[in-house]
Write a protein that binds this ligand. Structure first.
Ligand SMILES: [Zn+2]
Length: 256
């Protein structure tokens, strides 16, 4: 089994958006990332990066108009996959950690794929809770309201049934967030936390994120991932940590 990590653009934000009540006035670079898992049985994407509309029509694509982002043609999922000689048709399964624009924006590039999402994430994205503020503002309906096949989950899920790729429910950042735990033959266990953990600092010091649906759930998701990290001596990759990203092996190089 192999894991490829792809860069999908970035944003500049105030650090206090990532670490609640801390880092006010400090500007940080926030990378977007998505992954390809190649398993002997099948391959899948974990997230899809940004919507092409962020480039072609930024003024009318709500997240770009609101948050600003730095995305190039090369950063779009289809073009990143070309770097490992894959075409959109080669992707039969896409798993979304959650449906925010920097994770599900590229879904429209894979119209033939089946999409695996937690049921309550889809519910929350389609009809955002009116009190959820920034969490709601990060959903762009055009990203996920697509004529594709959805395979909705209600809880943890073992993708191949052999323990090598497990989806772990990690609510908090959003209502139905999920993280991916991979057991790679040579590398060992890797936790792709995505936005269950914004920065390593959030995880290590139990600092909540500002964009948060449920603070208590976020705290217990940290605890849950920490248990896996400890028991399996796992490497954890946060969702938007530039230092962690820079240390990572990037596609076309891979982990196996
Ligand atoms: Zn994100």
């Amino acid at each position: 089994m192999r894991l490829y990590a792809f860069f999908a653009g970035y944003e500049i934000a105030d650090k206090s958006m990532l670490t609640l009540g801390r880092g006010l006035g400090v500007q940080v670079k926030i990378p977007f990332q998505f992954f390809l898992v190649e398993h002997p049985k099948a391959r899948f994407l974990f997230d899809t990066g940004m919507n092409p509309a962020a480039l072609s029509d930024p003024a009318h694509y709500p997240p770009t108009a609101q948050f600003g982002s730095y995305v190039t043609e090369a950063d779009l999922a289809v073009n990143r996959l070309a770097e490992v000689a894959l075409k959109p048709d080669d992707i039969e399964l896409v798993i979304n950690s959650h449906l925010h624009y920097d994770h599900a924006g590229g879904n429209c590039q894979f119209p033939q794929a089946t999409f695996m999402v937690q049921y309550d994430e889809m519910q929350s994205a389609m009809c955002p809770e009116p009190w959820s503020g920034l969490v709601a503002e990060n959903y762009a309906r055009v990203d996920f309201d697509l004529p594709v096949r959805y395979d909705l989950l209600d809880g943890d899920y073992d993708v191949f049934g052999d323990g090598s790729a497990r989806l772990i429910r990690t609510p908090g950042h959003t209502r139905g967030h999920q993280s991916l735990v991979l057991r790679l033959p040579n590398t060992g266990t890797m936790i792709l936390a995505q936005d269950a953990v914004y920065l390593l600092e959030n995880f290590e010091r139990h600092i909540l994120a500002t964009t948060c649906f449920d603070q208590k759930a976020m705290y217990f998701s940290y605890r849950r991932l920490q248990d896996i990290q400890r028991l399996e001596n796992a490497l954890i990759l946060p969702g938007h940590d530039i230092q962690a990203w820079e240390k990572l092996r990037h596609a076309p190089a891979y982990y196996d």
